[in-house]
Design a protein around this ligand. Structure first.
Ligand SMILES: Nc1ncnc2c1ncn2[C@@H]1O[C@H](COP(=O)(O)OP(=O)(O)OP(=O)(O)O)[C@@H](O)[C@H]1O
Ligand SMILES: [Mg+2]
Length: 497
């Protein structure tokens, strides 16, 4: 065995995150680590990566007991990790992020030369992960998916013996994920071990050799992937039957609530569409097609350069998110760290409008109501948290995502924009979120849904707008939309001819 983790226990204040977990992996093996949100997957990997120590347990590497007491000591052993929450520096360029902490020394007569080499090396790794961007692009210009690819390139570029991927595909579309799986196959062929964490069970079934399942901090099952079905894995994870995924209910579609005319913004050219009360409109397209850019411009998160937006028939002058919220728009962003959550604030303050109060000013909620709203959200979305005063920072990735959703759904918005609402969410909670989206439509909101999971867009939308290169390239009604037709409209024009 390359790695054996034995009886690993992790006690956080008030939370027993891991309780005597065993985990092992051999060279050239791809092992999936699965479990519901908050099961302890990232915690186990953070211990392996030296982010924090275990409370008890031992780690055997290559047959010898080791102490991993810092990220550096993990890296020295040959352990590379792609963290669930992106850990890149926004103010540096792509190449600098790739080689952060191990860049060729600058200064001295060779400084400039080495810097040139860094860009050349960076170019190679970017090509391998399929990111056609200049290596000196500032990171802040990248979309979440592109950042995720940089993070993957960084992990691959250190010569590791074990690569941990904590939800590497959560922001990627299927096309982009496919390249990652080719890379994983190459790693495996070179005898490198891969630990793969994902809530996308299809990926787990197709691309891994073995599955290990955690529930509430305990190892509850394991097996060879070939012997397991999707349902087997779900049952292991959840310990019970799960409601139907994508439970779209028909909702009568009423008057237009949002009318966007000739919208132009960075990455967006001439986008026009309408959205009606009760309607769910899906936006499909490849990463970088401009879907997030459209909704960012709508919400006032980036300035639009031209175009008009009408909300309930009235011309809306939305210049920043505060204007959008006042106009009745709600926005669950794909990047929960930047716009979605105040990580240091408690779950309660994040869930209720305390945060919105900061950006709009003036809206005050009684504490009692805040507490009630939060309790409901915790129950409904099954947010795993010791109590509602816990800072959001201490929640697992999926549970943070649920808090973001809860926050925006606490009001009664006219238009709800959901950008990757189920990113990183486990199967059971996913069904719950889909049903919640239908509730919103039923209550009279118009919903814009962006998702990299084609299945989700096809199943949940009344209508699908497909984007490529910043434009809307086609519109499909629910009954005429298929994966093939969407893909055809989504491919860039150059590739289509
Ligand atoms: N720094 C921390 N302080 C307190 N509790 C924490 C901390 N980090 C994690 N936890 C708790 O430990 C538990 C396990 O979290 P972990 O992040 O390992 O879950 P996960 O399996 O990765 O879930 P997800 O699928 O949502 O990413 C959760 O209950 C979480 O709230
Ligand atoms: Mg996690």
């Amino acid at each position: 065995m390359l790695l054996e983790m034995k009886r690993i226990t992790k006690q956080f204040p008030g939370v027993l995150a891991l309780d005597g977990v065993d985990f092992s992996i051999d060279a050239g093996e791809v092992v999936a680590l699965v479990g519901e949100n908050g099961a302890g997957k990232s915690t186990l990997m953070n211990i392996l990566a030296g982010v924090f120590p275990a409370t008890a347990g031992e780690i055997i590497w290559d047959g010898r007991p080791v102490r991993i007491d810092s990220p550096l000591s993990a890296r020295r052993l040959g352990i590379a990790i792609i963290h669930q929450e992106l850990q890149l520096c926004e103010n540096l360029d792509v190449a600098a992020n790739l080689f952060l902490g191990r860049e060729p020394r600058l200064g001295g007569p060779l400084g400039v030369l080495r810097r040139g080499r860094q860009y050349a090396d960076a170019r190679q790794w970017l090509d391998r992960v399929g990111l056609p961007l200049p290596a000196d692009t500032p990171l802040s210009r990248l979309t979440v998916a592109q950042k995720q690819l940089v993070e993957i390139a960084r992990a691959l570029s250190v010569s590791a013996r074990l690569v941990v991927m904590d939800e590497p595909t959560s922001a990627l579309t299927e096309t982009e994920a496919r390249r990652l799986f080719e890379l994983i196959a190459q790693l495996r062929a070179h005898g490198i071990a891969v630990i793969y964490i994902s809530h996308r069970l299809e990926e787990v079934l197709t691309h891994t050799d073995r599955v290990v399942c955690l529930r509430d901090g305990r190892r509850v099952g394991a097996g060879r992937t070939a012997d397991l079905s999707r349902d087997d894995i779900i049952k292991m994870m959840v310990g019970r039957e799960v409601g139907q995924l994508f439970p779209k209910r028909p909702v009568p579609v009423r008057e237009v609530v949002l009318d966007v005319r000739h919208l132009f913004a960075p990455g967006v050219s001439d986008v026009s569409f309408v959205l009606r009360r009760g309607e769910i409109v899906g936006f499909a397209g490849l990463v970088g097609a401009g879907r997030s850019e459209v909704v960012n411009a709508l919400f006032g998160a980036v300035p639009k350069t031209a175009g008009e937006v009408y909300v309930r028939g009235r011309l809306a002058d939305i210049r920043h998110p505060g204007d959008a919220v006042r106009t009745g728009l709600a926005y669950v962003t794909e990047d929960r760290k930047l716009l979605g959550l105040v990580l240091t604030q408690s779950v309660r303050d994040n869930t209720t409008l305390a945060f919105l109060r900061d950006i709009c000013g003036g809206i005050l909620l009684a504490r009692g109501r805040e507490t009630r709203v939060t309790k409901q959200a915790i129950e409904r979305l099954r947010i795993k948290v010791a109590d509602m005063h816990t800072p959001a920072l201490h929640l697992s990735g999926g549970n943070q995502q649920k808090v973001v959703l809860a926050k925006w759904l606490a009001g009664t918005p006219t238009v709800v924009i959901l950008d990757e609402p189920t990113r990183g969410i486990d199967v059971a909670s996913k069904a719950e979120i889909h049903s919640l989206i239908c509730d919103l439509a039923e209550e009279g909101a118009g919903v814009i849904l962006i998702s990299s999971e084609m299945e989700e867009v096809l199943a949940m939308s009344d209508r699908i707008l497909v984007m490529a290169e910043g434009r809307i390239t086609g519109e499909l009604l629910r009954r005429e939309a298929t994966q093939e037709r969407v893909m055809e409209l989504a491919s860039p024009r150059t590739a289509r001819n």
